[in-house]
Write a protein that binds this ligand. Structure first.
Ligand code: FRU
Length: 489
């Protein structure tokens, strides 16, 4: 093991265990200590779900990317493992950026990641160069391949930039080969996705430009993922520098493209593009195929533009609760993984309650819970659910029925910076009845609208004493409520 990895492991062991479990989310993955961004290597390997993550153990801001590592048997109860990768080689000294994991034919686990190095230009300035590298291991310790990097500038199609060439997502094809998609920038400065193939996971060859942005959806496309689900082909990317329209918000988005796959040309032609999550905090999703065939997605529950750390907190960033994806009528439906139901405790149910003005209900409060709110009837313009509430704080989710919009308001969610705190989004599948599944875990809210047709993920780092929930209606709404505490021991 390199000195740098040893140092990281020693540091996180000393510092991570000082963070009390009660100061972390109960069932969402947070970094052992320090900074976390993208999920990496989300996979099922030898009886365990593995999740790696972009990790700077030494501070609560982005720097010197390592790979952190956790494992779980059920996607809710996670165990910290020692850091898996450190930027300890000449070719990755600027960072081990995002990537993925897969089981090799000989049962070892392969990690494929973006290695970042510096290049000095003629004028003496430096710029990043990105290549792809691999490491193999046993689910605990990993050794970088001696012939790294495995994909470099010479494997790029004409015009593609060596500065933006990152985030390999690997899978095993039906033909027995490994494939991976990688984000890239063609000469026009926007994004494209490259497809590569390998018989053994170590020797890779360029196959095709799988999909092109052509300056339509942001610029560089980060963190691609490509799969077939319920008979439909889906490409996911996280575009940078998008401008808002009815579907997307400004800045970094995470989007999915539905289309057809030309297997001979290895080209994906998309005809519909949608946002994956309309909350304030969601980026860089990655999916995996579970043992039982479910396509499960995880993502960083944070935004690059609003990543504000509460003072004194020794960890920064977290993941969403993993979600099962399905394709129905050409769109993705998302639902919290069903394993959460094993941790339901203290059920409380109300039927046909009238909400007029502001209402609270006995037993409907808390910061770690799974609650379903159905609006079964009534007449109103706006209906708001205000969570994590006390006299100072609250985070609001509103249905603006008269405008066919959802609004998330994090103005009173403990922010101390002037970043965007309100998001108003079109209701993308118009409906007469409203069903909201709301998952709270101390510092986050994930709202699944109408069986996951639209999802909203948002964080709020406020005092846990703010645990009230109220319902506010400007007319009259008839609601059914079902609420469970989530107790993950
Ligand atoms: C996305 C991203 C990736 C990159 C990583 C670096 O959030 O920019 O493209 O690999 O973060 O930490």
């Amino acid at each position: 093991m390199s000195e740098m990895l040893e140092k990281a492991r020693k540091y996180e062991d000393e510092q991570g265990k000082q963070i009390k479990a009660e100061d972390r989310p109960a069932f969402h993955v947070s970094p052992y200590v320090g900074w976390m961004n993208d999920p990496n290597g989300f996979s099922y390997y030898q009886g365990e779900y593995h999740l790696f993550y972009q990790y700077n153990p030494y501070d609560t801001h982005w720097d010197s990317m390592h790979w952190g590592h956790v494992v779980s048997k059920d996607l809710l109860h996670w165990e910290y493992l020692p850091a898996a990768l450190a930027p300890d080689e000449d070719y990755d000294k600027i960072g081990c950026f995002s990537g993925s994991a897969i089981e090799l034919d000989d049962s070892r686990q392969l990690l494929m990641y973006t290695a970042v190095d510096h290049e000095t230009l003629e004028d003496g300035s430096k710029r990043d160069i990105q290549t792809q590298a691999v490491a193999v291991g046993d689910g605990r310790d990993y050794v970088k391949y001696e012939k790294n990097p495995v994909l470099t500038e010479k494997d790029l199609p004409e015009g593609a930039s060596k500065v933006d060439f990152r985030d390999p997502k690997i899978w095993k094809g039906k033909d027995g080969n490994f494939y991976c998609v990688i984000g890239s920038r063609p000469a026009d400065g926007s994004g494209q996705i490259l497809l590569y193939r390998s018989a053994n996971g170590f020797d890779w060859e360029f196959v095709s430009i799988l999909a092109e942005n052509k300056k339509r959806f942001g610029k560089m496309w980060e963190c691609p993922d490509f799969f077939c689900l319920n008979g439909a082909y889906v490409l996911i990317t996280s575009p940078q520098d998008l401008s808002a329209d009815e579907e997307f918000h400004n800045g970094n988005n995470s989007v999915y493209y539905m289309g057809s796959y030309d297997k001979n040309q290895h080209m994906f032609h998309y005809d519909a593009v949608y946002s994956l999550d309309d909350g304030l905090d969601f980026y860089a999703p990655q999916t995996m195929l579970a043992d039982d065939g479910r396509r499960i997605m995880i993502a960083w529950m944070q935004s690059w533009d609003s990543n504000i750390r509460p003072e004194g907190q020794k960890w920064s960033g977290m993941m969403i609760l993993p979600r099962e994806l399905k394709v129905k009528d050409g769109k993705i439906l998302q639902s919290p993984v069903r394993e959460i139901e094993n941790y339901h405790r203290n059920g409380v149910r109300y039927e046909k309650q009238e909400v007029q003005g502001t209402c609270r209900f006995d037993g409907i409060k808390g910061r770690v819970l799974d609650m379903t709110v159905e609006i079964a009837g009534g007449d109103f313009g706006e209906f708001t659910i205000s969570v994590a509430q006390n006299e100072q704080f609250h985070t609001d989710f509103s249905i603006l029925q008269h405008k066919n919009r959802i609004e998330i308001d994090g103005t009173y969610s403990g922010m101390v910076r002037d970043a965007s705190a309100i998001r108003r989004v079109k209701v993308k599948s118009p409906c007469k009845k409203w069903k909201l599944r709301i998952i709270l875990d101390k510092y986050s809210m994930e709202v699944f609208l109408n069986d996951g047709q639209q999802v909203f993920s948002t964080t709020f780092y406020t005092s846990l004493e703010a645990d009230q929930i109220s319902f506010v209606c400007d007319g009259k709404a008839i609601v059914n409520l079902e609420k469970y505490d989530i107790v993950v021991a």
